[in-house]
Design a protein around this ligand. Structure first.
Ligand SMILES: Cc1cc2nc3c(=O)[nH]c(=O)nc-3n(C[C@H](O)[C@H](O)[C@H](O)COP(=O)(O)O)c2cc1C
Length: 139
């Protein structure tokens, strides 16, 4: 079977989601880039990382998804951090549905440090879990 093509994009204000993105990038052999970098070649899996700010995803995520070419994306795999919300899945799903881009049912989410909450998160264990998740997605 041919090698699966992957890309990693993320938007991270404080660095928490970036930690996951970089771990995923290493695990799947793709450079983790911010959502400022468009996806220019076909990928089987686009790992897309976001976080929750005042209950929503950042406009960078909205603009990035809006700019995706559905022909170039096999499916998206969501990963996210937040202090309280369980995930950004439903928000990302809504945006992708408008573009008719498939979103995997599987996702990775963990707590992200916010002020005095969840200090040190994502921690080493979260990163390890994230790496295993990513490897499982490209098997
Ligand atoms: C301005 C701001 C607003 C936030 N609002 C929420 C929120 O409504 N719900 C929540 O679960 N977390 C909220 N958080 C916490 C972030 O989702 C969490 O710290 C996340 O890990 C940030 O990711 P980042 O470091 O990649 O930017 C907020 C954080 C910031 C900075």
């Amino acid at each position: 079977m041919r090698q699966m093509k992957t890309a990693v994009r993320y938007y991270s204000r404080g660095g928490n989601t970036r930690k996951l993105a970089e771990a995923i990038g290493k695990a799947v052999g793709a450079e983790a880039k911010t959502t400022d970098a468009p996806v220019t070649e076909y990928v089987d899996i686009l790992f897309l990382g976001s976080a929750v700010y005042a209950t929503g995803v950042d406009d960078h995520i909205k603009t990035f998804i809006d700019g995706l070419d559905p022909q170039k994306i096999g499916k998206v795999v969501n990963f996210s951090t937040a202090a309280l919300l369980p995930s950004t899945y439903s928000q990302v799903q809504k945006l992708l549905a408008e573009k008719k881009i498939e979103l995997s049912e599987k996702e990775f989410h963990c707590r992200g440090q916010f002020a005095f909450l969840h200090r040190g998160k994502p921690d080493a264990e979260d990163i390890q879990n994230c790496v295993e998740f990513a490897k499982g997605m490209v098997k």
